[in-house]
Design a protein around this ligand. Structure first.
Ligand code: IPD
Ligand code: CA
Ligand code: CA
Length: 276
C-alpha cells in the first residue's frame, strides 16, 4: 500500500463524513424520532442513521466501487481490493435523539484487515478528528492540528470515560465494576459516544476509557486516532461476555488496565491480549 493510497482513503472518508454530518444536521432540524429498536428496547435507530450510512456508502462507492463495507446500519459487503470501510453513521444516537451535542460520524478504512485511516466528526461542534499519513507516517489531527495524549498522572488523578451496554443485565455487572473502580481514580464520565471518547483520550481531554459491549464500527476510527496520538488500545472479553475495550495513554496503560481488571470489568480468566 502506498502513502498516496492512504491519503486517498483519508480524504474520501473525510469528504463522506462531512456530507453525512450535513445530512444529519438537516434531519435534526426536521425533528428526530425513533425508527426501530435493535438489540434491546433502548438500542435505537433513527431514519437519519440509515440515510447517513447509505450516503456514506454511495459516496465511497462512486470513487471506489470494489471495496468492502462493514457498517452498523447496512449489510456486510464483500470487495476485491483489500480495502474495507468500517462505518458508524451516528455514534451516540441517544444523544442525537435527546439533542445532547455529543454524537459523531465515524469512518475507518482498513487495508488487509488493518485500520490505516480514520475520521470521527462531531456533528454538532463540527470538530474533525483524523488519522492519516503525513510526510510518510501516521498523524492524529484535530481540525488539522496534531494532537497527543495527556501527560502521565497517578491513577488516583485520572479521569476515565466509560459506557453502559444496551443489555440491561450486562449493565448491572458494569455498574458494579464501575463502583469498584471509582475509589481508585479521579472520576468517571459517561458521555455517550465511544468514538468521541477515544478521540478525547487522543487529544488529552481524558486519561482513559473502558467499556464492554463495543462493536468494531464504534472504535475502528477512534481507536486508530487514539493509538496514533500515543494511546494503547486493548480488546478483551468483559464480565458480561461481550467485547471489552480499554484505552489510555501508552505511559501508565498497564496500571489502568490492571485497575480495570481488578475492578471486575473483565471476564475472570479471560485476560487475553487480542492486539490492537
Ligand atoms: C453507542 C455509543 C455509546 C456506547 C455504546 C455504543 P450508538 O453507539 O458509542 O457511547 O456506550 O456501547 O453502542 O448505538 O450510539 O451507535
Ligand atoms: Ca456506535
Ligand atoms: Ca450508531
Amino acid at each position: 500500500m502506498t502513502i498516496d493510497m492512504t491519503d486517498e482513503l483519508a480524504d474520501l472518508a473525510l469528504g463522506a463524513a462531512r456530507l453525512a454530518a450535513d445530512l444529519i444536521r438537516g434531519r435534526k432540524a426536521d425533528g428526530v424520532s425513533v425508527a426501530a429498536t435493535k438489540t434491546s428496547d433502548v438500542d435505537i435507530v433513527t431514519e437519519a442513521d440509515r440515510a447517513a450510512e447509505a450516503l456514506i456508502r454511495d459516496t465511497i462507492r462512486a470513487r471506489r466501487p470494489d471495496d468492502a463495507f462493514l457498517g452498523e446500519e447496512g449489510d456486510d459487503e464483500e470487495g476485491t481490493t483489500g480495502v474495507r470501510w468500517v462505518i458508524d453513521p451516528i455514534d451516540g444516537t441517544v444523544n442525537f435523539l435527546y439533542g445532547l451535542p455529543n454524537y459523531a460520524v465515524s469512518i475507518a478504512a482498513e487495508v488487509d484487515g488493518e485500520a490505516v485511516a480514520g475520521v470521527v466528526l462531531n456533528v454538532v461542534t463540527r470538530t474533525e478528528y483524523v488519522a492519516r499519513s503525513q510526510d510518510g507516517h501516521l498523524v492524529a489531527l484535530r481540525d488539522g492540528r496534531q494532537i497527543g495524549v495527556r501527560d502521565q498522572a497517578p491513577l488516583s488523578h485520572r479521569l476515565i470515560a466509560t459506557g453502559f451496554s444496551y443489555d440491561r443485565e450486562v449493565r448491572v455487572l458494569q455498574a458494579e465494576a464501575a463502583s469498584r473502580l471509582l475509589p481508585h481514580i479521579r472520576d468517571l464520565r459517561r458521555l455517550g459516544s465511544c468514538a468521541l471518547d477515544l478521540c478525547l483520550v487522543a487529544d488529552g481531554s481524558l486519561d482513559g476509557y473502558v467499556e464492554e459491549g463495543v462493536n468494531l464500527w464504534d472504535h475502528a476510527a477512534g481507536g486508530l486516532i487514539a493509538r496514533t496520538a500515543g494511546a494503547t488500545t486493548r480488546l478483551g472479553t468483559g464480565v458480561g461476555g461481550m467485547t471489552l475495550l480499554v484505552c489510555g495513554p501508552a505511559h501508565g496503560f498497564e496500571e489502568l488496565h490492571a485497575a480495570v481488571v481488578d475492578a471486575g470489568f473483565a471476564a475472570p480468566g479471560t485476560i487475553t491480549e487480542r492486539g490492537e
